[in-house]
Design a protein around this ligand. Structure first.
Ligand code: ADP
Length: 369
């Protein structure tokens, strides 16, 4: 490879596949997309995660060219796509409504985008077969779509989205309507597929577990804005806001004042409950903050422990739910307006029991209010 070729190749592999800058899309007075900047890296499996109505689908549709934006720019592989119609953006899409033709054969469904592109018969036969192989349904080309199971239909929709080798695959909650087992199966299928073929995937979901299982990085959305972009683990462990903390898993978010008297950092709530935390360079003495403690990071003990590494608080069990792999408790703490939530392996505490909640100070994550 010549020097110039190699420089071009490097630029190709490091340049974002999709770049949104200052994108705004409003419907009346509502900003469905509110000044979004976002870069999706080559071969990344990226998920937009957020509550219903936060703007995830609108971002996906803006990338696909299915909605026009009011301002800002969308670049795909370096090209501003403002005037590029959807079918020329080389994007595969699977939405929740799979939009398959139920009375047509699997073959004809998958061949459809190729016929639209006026590809010859021989190549169509070959590409449909390859694409059915990718989704592991090699033998069903002649079946009618309405005869297939829900999971098989999902795979056919995927095969159709991949048949013309798009460089970008957009998934808009395609597994939302599936039952839990099938949904998990399809999630693993996407992970496998992403490993095997050269494609960048942008997925949309409101399911935080799905987002964490699938994604290299997650962009959390709220009210049309992207509030944090990080790997699932970083989002979970180091959320920048209470919203992000509460959206990912079960977090206890306790508002209070940070105190750092004599090198013993702790948080005091307005009603007087106090507990130790690890120091944090973001907060200083007297600052209002939120202490975030994950439900699974809190231990339940019968009485105060002697372990110096642990900090804690007295509590009373209000609710106990056996969940199989964990027991979920809600516990009342004097001076806290809301119960603390704990996911514990210990199942012996029933409602009404007095207990000691313990955790390591360094497991508390502090965010500024
Ligand atoms: P999400 O995918 O996160 O559920 P959407 O992107 O679908 O959210 O919608 C974001 C906001 O924009 C919502 O308040 C929704 O009602 C609004 N919206 C989306 N599409 C339209 C439309 N075609 N007309 C009016 N409002 C819309």
């Amino acid at each position: 490879m010549s020097n110039t070729q190699s420089i071009e190749k490097d630029a190709e592999t490091s340049r974002p596949v999709v770049k949104l800058s200052g994108v705004i899309k409003s419907y009346g007075s509502l900003n469905a997309i509110d000044n979004v900047d976002l870069e999706i890296r080559p071969r990344e499996l990226f998920t937009l995660l957020g509550p219903s109505g936060s703007g995830k689908s609108t971002v996906l549709r803006a990338i696909a060219g299915l909605v026009s934006i009011d301002s800002g720019h969308v670049h795909i592989k370096g090209e501003d796509v403002l005037n590029v119609p959807t079918f020329k953006r080389n994007i595969g899409m699977v939405f929740q409504s799979l939009a398959l033709f139920p009375h047509m054969s699997v073959f004809d469904n998958i061949a459809f985008p190729l016929r639209m592109r006026r590809i010859g018969r021989g190549e169509i036969v070959q590409k449909v077969a390859e694409s059915l192989d990718i989704v592991r349904l090699p033998d069903i080309a002649q079946r009618k779509v309405h005869e297939l199971s829900g999971g098989q239909q999902q795979r056919v929709a995927l095969a159709r989205a991949l048949v013309y080798n798009p460089s970008l695959l957009l998934l808009d909650e395609p597994f939302g309507a599936l039952d839990k087992r099938l949904r998990e199966e399809m999630q693993l299928e996407i992970v496998r597929l992403h490993r095997e073929i050269d494609v960048t995937i942008i997925n949309v979901t409101h399911d935080q577990v799905e987002a964490m299982i699938l994604s290299d990085r997650i962009g959390v959305m709220n009210h049309g804005k992207i509030v944090q972009v990080e790997s699932g683990e970083d989002l979970y462990r180091r959320p920048k806001t209470k919203f992000v903390a509460e959206f990912l898993g079960r977090a206890n978010c306790i508002d209070g004042t940070y105190r750092d008297n004599n090198g013993d950092p702790h948080v005091v709530t307005s009603a007087g409950a106090a507990f130790s935390v690890a120091g944090n360079s973001d907060v200083s003495d007297g600052l209002q903050c939120t202490a975030i403690i994950r439900a699974e990071d809190i231990e339940l003990h019968e009485a105060r422990t002697d372990d110096n590494g642990l900090t804690g608080i007295a509590a009373k069990v209000e609710l106990r739910l056996f969940e199989g792999e964990a027991v979920y408790y809600e516990l009342i703490v004097d001076g806290l307006k809301y119960p603390l939530r704990v996911a514990s392996k210990t199942s012996r505490f029933s409602p009404g029991s007095e207990v000691w909640l313990a955790w390591r100070a360094e497991q508390v994550w502090l965010v500024k209010d």
